[in-house]
Design a protein around this ligand. Structure first.
Ligand SMILES: Cc1cn([C@H]2C[C@H](O)[C@@H](COP(=O)(O)OP(=O)(O)O[C@H]3O[C@@H](C)C(=O)[C@@H](O)[C@H]3O)O2)c(=O)[nH]c1=O
Length: 177
């Protein structure tokens, strides 16, 4: 497991501004991640024990904020040309940390929620199942030890194939580009 984030992943610091009314926080500026604008935003509620993923996008990047609760972000670098290829990282994000996570294309990711949580994420391309590869989040090759035993997974994630199969799909997709 990598001690740092896979290459190109970023934790962007957010700066809450407090006053007697409460707090105002900018959560996204396009210049923070130096690339194209977000074209879609998703607001997601997750029950305690939910695991979403592991998913991979070949064309799309995600910019993600934990608004409420606690999220463990598992990352695995599938880009053969990357210096961190084949390496994983797991980190915990809470709203109090005041960070947004930027996930580039080619880095597989899963979200595990230890308590009821709300996340907000911006997509650089419209969501489509064609760019939502998936694999078994417990595949030992991922080298990600999700915290907590109780698990709520989607049907798709429960029946997803291996990391090796997802890597083969991703490699094939890249050859056609
Ligand atoms: C992601 C998404 C899903 N949906 C629909 C499809 C389905 O009916 C319902 C729930 O979708 P899913 O089960 O795919 O949701 P989920 O498993 O949370 O999918 C997400 O997982 C994390 C790890 C990611 O990486 C995200 O990009 C996305 O893939 O919402 C949309 O309409 N638009 C969207 O942008």
């Amino acid at each position: 497991m990598l001690k740092k984030l896979p290459a190109g992943c970023k934790l962007v610091p957010l700066k809450p501004i407090d006053d007697s009314r409460g707090t105002l926080t900018e959560v996204y500026r396009q210049q923070w991640v130096e690339e194209t604008a977000r074209v879609q935003w998703n607001l997601v509620r997750s029950n305690a024990g939910t695991l979403r993923g592991v998913h991979l996008h070949a064309k799309r990047t995600d910019f993600l904020i934990v608004v409420e609760g606690e999220m463990w972000l598992g990352l695995y670098d599938m880009r053969r040309s990357s210096v961190t290829f084949g390496q994983s990282h797991l980190l915990c994000i809470t709203p109090e940390m005041n960070v947004a996570a930027y996930i580039p294309t080619g880095v597989a990711h899963g979200f595990y929620f230890t308590k009821p949580s709300m996340t907000l994420y911006g997509l650089s391309d419209y969501w489509t199942l064609d760019d939502d590869f998936g694999c078994d989040p417990d595949d030992p090759a991922l080298n990600i030890e999700w915290p907590g035993d109780a698990r709520i997974l989607s049907e798709r994630d429960t029946t997803a194939g291996s990391l090796a199969e997802m890597q083969a799909f991703y490699d094939k997709w890249q050859e056609t580009q």
